[in-house]
Design a protein around this ligand. Structure first.
Ligand SMILES: [Fe+2]
Length: 135
């Protein structure tokens, strides 16, 4: 599984790509920590960062979709909402059972898996749409 952002994940919209690169870097830091057996130490910071970062990033995409009457807005937003729930669920596990290597690895896989699939299936189409609208 790859944890690095690569050009084939580009949406063609710089601001969106920059946010994705930042998210990949965070998940990659967690992956690096997991490899060194230090996932337990990194997981709280990963979730803290993502929790606040995705509010801004998803909000930005959603405002543009709403403003421009994007056809797939509702479906795209429900994907974002699903990811917010995933992060909150991981946060709940962290709070109830404490940090662990298992949780760090589980989080790592869930986060990158969602992000790659979401970019390919949703954000690339949004990028094309925004480009067509010259945004
Ligand atoms: Fe998105």
């Amino acid at each position: 599984m790859k944890f690095k952002w690569t050009d084939d994940l580009s949406t063609g919209i710089e601001q969106i790509d920059r946010a994705h690169i930042e998210m990949f870097a965070t998940i990659d830091r967690l992956a690096g920590a997991c490899k060194k057996g230090k996932g337990k130490e990194e997981i709280s910071e990963t979730l803290r960062f993502l929790n606040s970062y995705i509010a801004g990033h998803f909000g930005h995409e959603e405002r543009q979709m709403a403003d421009l009457g994007y056809q797939s807005f509702a479906m795209h937003k429900s994907q974002h909402d699903g990811f917010v729930k995933t992060v909150q669920e991981l946060q709940r596990k962290l709070e109830s059972a404490g940090p662990s290597s298992e949780l760090a690895i589980q989080a790592n896989i869930a986060l990158v898996d969602w992000l790659v699939k979401h970019i390919i299936s949703f954000d690339k189409s949004l990028g094309l749409f925004l480009k067509s609208r010259n945004k």
